[in-house]
Design a protein around this ligand. Sequence first.
Ligand SMILES: CC(C)(COP(=O)(O)OP(=O)(O)OC[C@H]1O[C@@H](n2cnc3c(N)ncnc32)[C@H](O)[C@@H]1OP(=O)(O)O)[C@@H](O)C(=O)NCCC(=O)NCCS
Length: 183
Amino acid sequence: MEARAVKDSQTTITELMIPSYANFGGKIHGGILLSLMDKVAYVTASKHAGTYCVTVSVDKVEFLQPVEVGYLVSLKASVNYVGRSSLIVGIRVESQNVKTGETKHTNSCYFTMVAKGDDNKPMEVPKLILESEEDIKRFIEAMRMREIKEKVRDEMNDVRSVIEVANAREILKNERCTIKIRL
Ligand SMILES: CC(C)(COP(=O)(O)OP(=O)(O)OC[C@H]1O[C@@H](n2cnc3c(N)ncnc32)[C@H](O)[C@@H]1OP(=O)(O)O)[C@@H](O)C(=O)NCCC(=O)NCCS
């Protein structure tokens, strides 16, 4: 299986934000943007893998800047990291006011995708050729993030197994909730 460079699968999708994408507040629905992120992640991952890919996990999606109707949204995606069958795709989302040309960085997020073979099982993907310092930085960053996520996942499982419902009144005394157990 021949290694592929980051640039070979880099993908940009630009879409016009039409009125039917808006919520009641007149801004673009978060779900529309998520769907576009998923689409560009799929295109980028499957170009690298040369096969069908599925979305496994999504990290760091935050909607910090609202997007307006009539704006252009561009999603720039590249493969930052490859494991055996998984790929981490980094996506930079920008919105542009076409009248003024002003561009805002809306969000950067990370999609973990897994390549699947015809048998629907995870399939090995080509190695990634890192051609710049930026490619190297992104690969190491993604590798570290993957390690941290694995640790957090283990810790979360531990937390769930030791939650003491008996001490809930004490644990939750400063929280904005009220306990009213229905018998
Ligand atoms: C993701 C999936 C392929 C994992 O299958 P599995 O039998 O557990 O396979 P493996 O344990 O061999 O894991 C395959 C890869 O997924 C990665 N993976 C599994 N769970 C993961 C998670 N929660 N987060 C990140 N990566 C994960 C593994 O690390 C492994 O990566 P690697 O090959 O690069 O080391 C399987 O759970 C699946 O098909 N899920 C449904 C995906 C889907 O339908 N997505 C669309 C939802 S709308």
